[in-house]
Every structure is written in structure tokens, then in C-alpha cells.
Write a protein of this length. Structure first.
Length: 230
């Protein structure tokens, strides 16, 4: 494990307008994550998991408090600076895959590299390596419609990992998968965590995912209820 702190949340609140009042989605969140962790934000729907993940991913900013991610204070980033942080340092995996249906597997994974200054040969090398990590080199020319749900999620993992990010955020990655594929997906991510030292932070309420986590942060009504190292 890298041990160096790569995410630090200090006194984070997040409020959203709700009619004439405000809805408080997160309250006084104090959390930090070291490099190489395999951790999860766990709680029922509405507990604040996705809101917190969005702040860590620089997709949103705190209403109060500070969020420091990979050496950058998310509160102070311009839209362009936040996009650069995501493009180079953070990979995202969602429950809906978000694959481009008109492109094949290779193009979907390569898409994550197109904004980086990289030669076509280097892009190809990294794409094929990422597809090898998830066991899909034989599907390189297939389109998403020809893949199973589990295969689509493995493409999404390859797309997130092809940039070699230090941090990967996975929002309910097993929600649309059966039990067998859920285990395979999380085992693949666990192996990448071990082999590459990539930090993974999940948002989940899936017991199948939770059994692989090294740290579980239980959220309830926007607050940290428990923080348990397994």
C-alpha cells in the first residue's frame, strides 16, 4: 500500500436547494484515504454515498468544508482544472456502463486516452494491456450490443484503468449484474488494486461487494456512522 494520503475531506457539508429550504445531503464528513486502499461507502439509498463520491471525483464541490484529492483542493478548481484532474488522475466505473454503442470495445477503451498527448502506438499498447487485465482481448472488435452485462462492465473497468489512474471511483458497479458476474467484477478490481496499487473507493450496498473490501465506511442520513477496517 502506498500509505500516502491521497484524499482528505475536512468538515464537508453538502446542501441542495429544496423548494424554499435546503436539503442537507452530507453533514460534517471527516475522512481520509491512503494510496492503495480498497474501501467502500456503504449505506441505504439516500445516505449520501453518491454525493460523497461525486465530491471526491471533483464532479461537485462541498457547500462547506474542504476536499483535497491527489494534491488538489477540489473547492478551488476551475471547470478546466477539475476536468484535467479527472482525465489524468481518476477513473470512474458506473452501474450503467456508459459505453458508446456505435463503437467497438477497442474504441470505447481508447476514448479515455484521446485527450492525453500520446502516440497512436502507445495508445494501442495501453488499450490492449487494459483489455488483457479484464480478460477481453478476444472481444476487441465487438460492439456493446453483442456483449453480456458482465462483459460490458469489464469494458468499463478497462476504460477506467487504461489511464493508469491513482484513484478509481466505482458507483454501484454490481447493481445490474447477477451474483457470478458481481464476484468476477470485484475480483478483477481487487487484483488490479494488488498488482498496480490503485486506490478503489466504492459506493455500494451490495453484500457481494462488501466482502472484498478492506475498509467499510457506513453512512446514514449523510453522516459517517462507522468507519471499520476489515
Amino acid at each position: 500500500m502506498e500509505n500516502k494520503e491521497i484524499v482528505k475531506l475536512n468538515g464537508v457539508y453538502k446542501r441542495f436547494p429544496s423548494g424554499k429550504t435546503e436539503f442537507t445531503a452530507l453533514s460534517h464528513i471527516d475522512l481520509s484515504f491512503a494510496g492503495g486502499e480498497f474501501a467502500g461507502l456503504v449505506g441505504p439509498s439516500g445516505s449520501g454515498k453518491t454525493t460523497l463520491l461525486n465530491i471526491i471525483g471533483s464532479l461537485d464541490v462541498p457547500t462547506e468544508g474542504t476536499a483535497d484529492v491527489l494534491g488538489k483542493r477540489v473547492n478551488d478548481l476551475s471547470h478546466k482544472e477539475a476536468a484535467l484532474l479527472r482525465n489524468y488522475g481518476i477513473g470512474f466505473i458506473f452501474q450503467t456502463y456508459n459505453l458508446l454503442p456505435v463503437y467497438d470495445v477497442y474504441d470505447n477503451v481508447e476514448f479515455a486516452l484521446l485527450l492525453q498527448k500520446m502516440s497512436p502506438n502507445e495508445r494501442k499498447r495501453q488499450v490492449m494491456e487494459a483489455l488483457d487485465w479484464v480478460g477481453l482481448t478476444d472481444k476487441v472488435h465487438s460492439r456493446p450490443a453483442a456483449l453480456s452485462g458482465g462483459e460490458c462492465q469489464r469494458v468499463a473497468i478497462a476504460r477506467a484503468m487504461v489511464k493508469r489512474p491513482r484513484l478509481v471511483l466505482a458507483d454501484e458497479p454490481s447493481a445490474n449484474l447477477d451474483s457470478k458476474n458481481s464476484h468476477r467484477i470485484v475480483q478483477t478490481m481487487k487484483q488490479l488494486n494488488r498488482d498496480l496499487g490503485t486506490t478503489f473507493i466504492f459506493s455500494t450496498h451490495d453484500e457481494k461487494v462488501m466482502q472484498y473490501l478492506d475498509r467499510i465506511i457506513y453512512l446514514k442520513d449523510g453522516e459517517v456512522e462507522r468507519d471499520v477496517v476489515v
